[in-house]
Design a protein around this ligand. Structure first.
Ligand code: MN
Length: 682
């Protein structure tokens, strides 16, 4: 069992100024709370955190990491609390230990093996401090080193999990020695026979190989020296597991796995790496298609290296890698470059997946979503049906609003209600393209359905007035001509377009009955809702959601101007009428016919607005008011005056204004006129 003094020696050796006190205190605390606990090996439990801290010290991590390593199991396995850790060791240590605990309590079952990539990403996303992952890897490494003490079934499960999750994690972070050691141990446990075979084959010619490695290393060294390339050369056996993987993957016998011995040339700069590759190729002939440039296109973990396979000095293949340090190795092995501790910290607090969150379904399946995603996004991710019938959500068992922002590690449960429909409001908070497009699609279908029902109703009514049965007519030959005349293929399209207000039923009637009766009578039926037809069409000032190119009119009753809150009503035969949301007429109308509209900010038009100016009567009053109105850039469309008792005059003006701000300006200008008491919009 490693002793605390060994760990402190390691730390002091590479960092003489390190704060040893925190390591000492963490050791004493850990020993106290783990007291009486045992490992399956029969050793005191404390041996585990000590070994983990030892691995971290070998990785040349900072004292805070070593302390956190000593404490990494105390929250999960003892009575100790985060508050206590915080108080005794500070924010940084508790943050790391809590991070390790959070990952440890996630339990992955075998059905999740196929989601291994998601799990790895999730672990990386949950650890906002890279030291959490490093401790987790050290923890796993020691547990693997002592795996033989576990029961057989558990051994296999842990080995498999290590293969699925931790080996790729170590590779992703570029910590290859951990990756290789984990790989060898798990291989031994998962495939004991194959492991023994390869081990035997390797050791058979071990002596020969060692000599060979030395020889080739010297040849490379000489070549590099000739060109003054400063480098470090390593020659080593590939680990047993990767030899096995290669044998399986490429279906080769052991003897034919050529690159069982690989040489690694580590250089200072990128250009040196390319130079070294050139030198190797000038020394030995490269095998075609075996050159991989991970400098030009780095692996996701930023591993940067050049790989090549050459025919070696004795006619054999050699894999040669000239590489630049992977970034994380740089971080943990080359701490000298971080002259101050803050700089180191800046580099360990990273968000590896800043744009993603990973959450669980109640069945334990992992879903990846963009950051800021809500339960509605999650629901649509599961199924369109689940999305559209979603009425509520639980996160970790607690009800949350539908616009709640999900976080990595959340367990999300969606509550659905049959026959429930998506809401337009959802568009304000959903983050995924899928949810957005499905909701939009639903609204569009909705509006189309509504338009077709409305169109049919309008046609039936109008045709009845002409004593024509619209539904009978639909089946007739004549109808096809009409449909074609309006440029449609199907009767439904024609009816929909009536519902949208693009065509009036009267237009269809005219087409069907060439000699119409007195049109005006009929038109007046549709004109019951007071609308003001404006000369310019179509209206550019209004956008009707989901519908293009529709006839727009403004309620004369409330005369909305841009800036007013507005709503639209599909009217019989006259497209959409826009009212202010506060308009009494609007409130009285059938909600079925309501449609969302908004102001088109790009349009430059004027709109009528009626105001009432109350003032005391005096000579020249109207002239002064009119002058101030035109000074503020508005036209007077209409004016009339009523005199009340006490010589109070109410003057009504209909003005052409651009928007509500313009109207406000006009109103303040009028208020400046002498003896004007009040100006109100009518
Ligand atoms: Mn542990």
């Amino acid at each position: 069992m490693i002793r605390i003094s060994d760990i402190i020696d390691k730390v002091s050796k590479h960092n003489p100024d390190a704060d040893i006190d925190i390591i000492d205190r963490a050791y004493i605390y850990s020993a106290r709370v783990h007291d009486g606990q045992m490992r399956l090996s029969g050793e005191p439990y404390l041996s585990h955190p000590l070994e983990v801290a030892g691995i971290l010290a070998d990785m040349k991590l900072d004292p805070v990491s070593i302390a956190a390593g000593l404490l990494h199991d105390v929250i999960e396995d003892t009575h100790s609390t985060p508050e206590e850790i915080q108080e005794m060791f500070g924010q940084e240590v508790v943050h790391i230990v809590s991070g390790v605990t959070k990952i440890s309590v996630l339990s992955f079952n075998s059905s999740q093996a196929r989601q291994a990539e998601s799990i790895r990403k999730m672990i990386l996303a949950m650890a906002d401090d890279i030291r959490v992952i490093l401790i987790k890897l050290a923890d796993r490494l020691h547990n693997m080193r002592t795996l033989q003490f576990q029961k057989e079934s558990k051994r296999k499960r842990i080995a498999q999990e290590t293969l699925d999750i931790y080996v790729p994690l170590a590779a992703r972070l570029g910590i290859y020695w951990i990756k290789n050691e984990l790989g060898d141990i798990l291989f031994k446990h998962l495939y004991p026979e194959e492991y023994a075979n390869i081990e035997r084959l390797i050791s058979k010619d071990k002596k020969e190989s060692d000599k060979y490695i030395e020889k080739v290393k010297n040849l490379i060294k000489k070549k590099m020296d000739e060109d003054n390339l400063k480098c470090q050369i390593l020659g080593r056996y590939k680990n047993i597991f990767s030899i096995y993987q290669k044998m399986v993957k490429q279906n080769l016998p052991f003897e034919e796995v050529y690159d069982i011995i690989a040489f690694r040339i580590i250089l200072d700069t990128v250009s040196d790496s390319y130079k070294a590759l050139g030198l190797i190729h000038s020394l030995w002939k490269p095998v075609p298609k075996k050159i991989k440039d991970y400098i030009a296109s780095p692996k996701p973990n930023m591993y940067q290296a050049l790989h090549t396979t050459v025919i070696g000095p004795f006619g054999e293949r050699i894999e040669s890698i000239s590489k630049k340090f992977a970034w994380i190795q740089n971080l943990v092995e080359n701490q000298k470059i971080f002259s101050n501790p803050d700089e180191f910290l800046e580099n360990v607090r990273i968000d590896l997946f800043p744009d993603e969150v990973y959450v669980f379904t109640p069945q334990g399946e992992i879903k990846s979503l963009p950051k800021g995603a809500t339960p509605v996004d999650f629901a649509y991710q599961i199924h369109t049906e689940v999305g559209s019938q979603c009425t509520g959500a639980k996160v970790n068992g607690h009800i949350v609003p539908l616009k709640h922002e999900l976080e990595t590690g959340n367990i999300v449960e969606i509550i659905t209600t049959k026959n429930h429909h998506p809401s337009k409001d959802w568009l304000n908070f959903v983050k995924t393209v899928k949810a957005r497009s499905r909701i939009r699609q639903w609204i569009k279908t909705q509006e189309k359905d509504r338009s077709i029902t409305l169109g049919r109703e309008m046609c039936e009514k109008a045709f009845r007035k002409h004593r024509i049965n619209f539904n009978e007519l639909l089946k007739s030959e004549d109808m096809n001509t009409v449909i074609e005349h309006f440029g449609f293929k199907e009767a439904d399209d024609l009816i929909t377009s009536v519902g949208y207000g693009k065509i009036t039923p009267l237009q269809i009637i005219r087409k069907i009955t060439p000699k119409p009766e007195t049109e005006k009578d009929h038109e007046s039926i549709f004109n019951k809702i007071i609308v003001r037809v404006r000369e310019k069409k179509p209206r550019a000032g209004i956008i009707v959601k989901g519908v293009d190119d529709i006839l727009i009119r403004f309620g004369k009753c409330c005369q909305p101007v841009p800036g007013d809150a507005i709503t639209g009503y599909i009217t019989i035969g006259h497209g959409v009428t826009v009212h202010r949301t506060s308009c009494i007429n609007a409130l009285k109308m059938n909600p079925e016919r309501q449609i969302d509209v908004e102001w088109n900010k790009d349009a430059t038009e004027t709109y009528p607005a009626k105001i009432c100016v109350s003032s005391s009567d005096r000579v020249g009053l109207l002239a002064d008011i009119a002058a101030n109105i035109s000074k503020s850039g508005a036209n007077i469309l209409n004016a009339n005056t009523e005199i009340r008792e006490n010589r109070i005059v109410d003057s009504f003006f209909t003005l052409a204004v651009e928007d509500i701000k313009h109207l406000d300006r006009v109103v303040s200008a009028i208020k400046k006129v002498k003896l004007v008491h009040d100006v109100k919009r009518v």
